[in-house]
Design a protein around this ligand. Structure first.
Ligand SMILES: [Cu+2]
Length: 125
């Protein structure tokens, strides 16, 4: 009887301890994973704001994505230039975003169909 009571008390404690260990392992594992892959290809943001791509020149790794976020109220596009190897965004409405994955290396220019002064460049390494 005494033994049963003790088990009832210690069981939840053990569960908590096991969870704490698992969570710690999870945190360590996550940290190691990032350390082992310093070039982890997270998407980067290019804002479209005040009729400008910001930044207008950006370096990324092959296989990395850019999320173009249109912070203006009017639509814009991300239209590839002749040296670019990605598919046109089509119309990106105000407040919307569009993701482009860059699979080929090299300098790739782009512009906006509606506003010729809007020019950007992606340098894919
Ligand atoms: Cu535009």
């Amino acid at each position: 009887m005494r033994c049963t009571m003790k088990m009832l008390i210690t069981f939840p404690v053990r569960i908590h301890w096991a969870l704490a260990v698992l969570m710690t392992i999870g945190v360590i594992h996550t940290a190691e994973t990032h350390a082992a892959h310093p070039d982890a290809k997270q998407p980067v943001i290019v804002n479209i704001d005040a009729f400008q791509y910001q930044p207008d020149i950006i370096k990324i790794q092959r296989g990395q994505s850019i999320i173009f976020m249109n912070r203006d109220d009017v639509p814009h596009t991300v239209t590839p230039g002749k040296n670019a190897r990605f598919i046109s965004s089509g119309l990106i409405k105000g407040g919307e975003q569009h993701e482009v994955k860059f699979k080929s290396t090299g300098i790739q220019d782009y512009s906006c169909d509606f506003h010729p002064s809007m020019q950007g460049q992606v340098q894919v390494q």
